[in-house]
Design a protein around this ligand. Structure first.
Ligand SMILES: Cc1cc2nc3c(=O)[nH]c(=O)nc-3n(C[C@H](O)[C@H](O)[C@H](O)COP(=O)(O)OP(=O)(O)OC[C@H]3O[C@@H](n4cnc5c(N)ncnc54)[C@H](O)[C@@H]3O)c2cc1C
Length: 381
């Protein structure tokens, strides 16, 4: 057992950190206030191979392993919770294409994301179906030469800035989860419309409601096998949850480091905050949870890299890291006192941005259901 990064991962972490501190960290406040998608930073990150870094070199990607992707995620949101996560989630639509797409789909759509031409998206959630994926109502009906899609998707990251979106729809409406298929849809096609949603945080993210009205999807654009979309999605979540866990971990680290620095400088009752035991305990708890989250995430990523993805461990990593981020940003804001609540410092943004971590990519309750099924022997471990 080895708890140290290999040299390639150490070098990667150092170079990503250098990039993130220079190109991401200084702009967090500005983009949060403007509420604009950080196009320029996305393109710079893509140029260095940091966007969808797991995509094979054959399609223009860096071909990194999953641990490498987790390292990039952690460093990006350590630098800034909003921009970091906006750039990282540009890859959201890619895994379904990478694993289940045709060669033609991979060659045509993956390079656009890794080169920084467009972010990608995956649209599962609907106004009446979030956690319960099998309850989606978006329909794909067979027509001459392909399918016709109708329905509404909501809370879709990059739904109005992406050139293409993976859409989950019912191909057999009465078959529950056995009747779902995945489609690759270009957002410029007739009948696709998206409207941005206002949120509590992640203000520079594009989060959209999508309206699909008789969108024609050619035969060539189904992803994988018809009616196998749900199974494909479960494979997607095994990996994406570790990635999102790393995104949330970076937020916890960013908040902790800022609070530690502040506690060393700010004085109360004649001594630095860090010399007050109540503040020391907060920082000690943050450090302890961050270390535990790292172990879960790195192990889950390590297993994925060995072809042994463990759904329960992926869920545990996402669950623990996202709850750690909420606790860490809450306590960091407390350590900053009134300044933490002001827009002068980054902490209020970290606090708002971290909050969604226990909701998206499967809520904490859903992660616990998966873990519980696994330990009850009802899910492969
Ligand atoms: C900023 C943001 C970005 C997002 N990006 C995307 C995206 O890119 N693509 C996408 O498809 N979706 C996206 N989502 C949607 C997100 O994945 C869903 O919000 C999430 O899955 C929860 O679904 P819901 O909101 O419908 O809540 P519901 O499913 O209605 O759940 C409401 C509450 O009930 C709990 N609950 C539900 N079922 C159970 C149960 N069986 N047992 C116990 N508790 C339960 C939930 O945990 C939650 O606390 C995003 C959401 C946000 C806020």
């Amino acid at each position: 057992m080895n708890f140290e990064f290999e040299e390639e991962h150490r070098i990667l972490r150092d170079s990503v950190r250098e990039f993130a501190e220079k190109e991401i960290m200084p702009y967090g406040k500005e983009y949060d206030e403007k509420g604009e998608y950080p196009w320029e930073i996305f393109r710079k990150a893509a140029k260095l191979g940091y966007v969808a870094a797991d995509i094979p070199e054959k399609y223009g990607g860096a071909g990194l392993d999953y641990l490498g992707c987790a390292i990039i995620a952690e460093e990006f949101t350590r630098a800034d919770s909003s921009i970091g996560s906006a750039v990282l989630t540009a890859s959201l639509g890619c895994p379904m294409v990478k694993y289940f797409g045709t060669e033609e789909q991979k060659e045509r759509y993956l390079p656009k994301v890794v080169k920084g031409e467009t972010p990608s998206a995956i649209a599962i959630t609907e106004p009446d179906a979030g956690s319960d994926v099998q309850a989606i109502k978006t329909k794909a009906e067979r027509v001459d030469g392909g399918w016709k899609l109708n329905g509404t998707k909501t809370f879709i990251t990059n739904g109005s800035v992406s050139e293409w979106v993976v859409i989950l729809a019912k191909t057999q409406p009465d078959a529950g989860y056995r009747g779902i298929s995945a489609f690759l849809v270009e957002t410029g096609w007739d009948g696709y419309e998206a409207r941005r949603i206002k949120k509590m945080g992640l203000n520079c993210h594009d989060t959209a409601e999508i309206y699909l009205k008789d969108v024609f999807v050619p035969e060539t654009h189904i992803i994988g096998q018809e009616n196998f979309g749900f199974y494909q999605l479960m494979r997607f979540f095994n990996e994406s949850r570790v990635f999102v866990g790393a995104v949330q971990l970076g937020m916890a680290v960013g908040a902790y480091e800022r609070a530690l620095e502040y506690a060393k400088q700010r004085k109360a009752f004649g001594k630095p905050l860090i010399e007050h035991q109540a503040i020391q305990f907060k920082l000690a708890d943050m450090w302890k949870d961050i270390e535990a989250a790292k172990l879960l995430i790195y192990k889950a990523a390590w297993l994925i890299d060995r072809g042994k993805a463990n759904p329960a461990l992926s869920s545990a990593a996402k669950l623990f890291a996202s709850e750690t981020a909420i606790k860490a940003t809450y306590e960091a804001l407390q350590i900053f006192g009134g300044y933490g609540y002001s827009k002068e410092y980054d902490i209020e943004r970290y606090y708002r941005d971290a909050r969604v971590g226990t909701i998206y990519e499967g809520t904490s309750e859903i992660q616990k259901l998966i873990i519980a099924r696994a330990i009850a022997g009802k899910l492969r471990l």
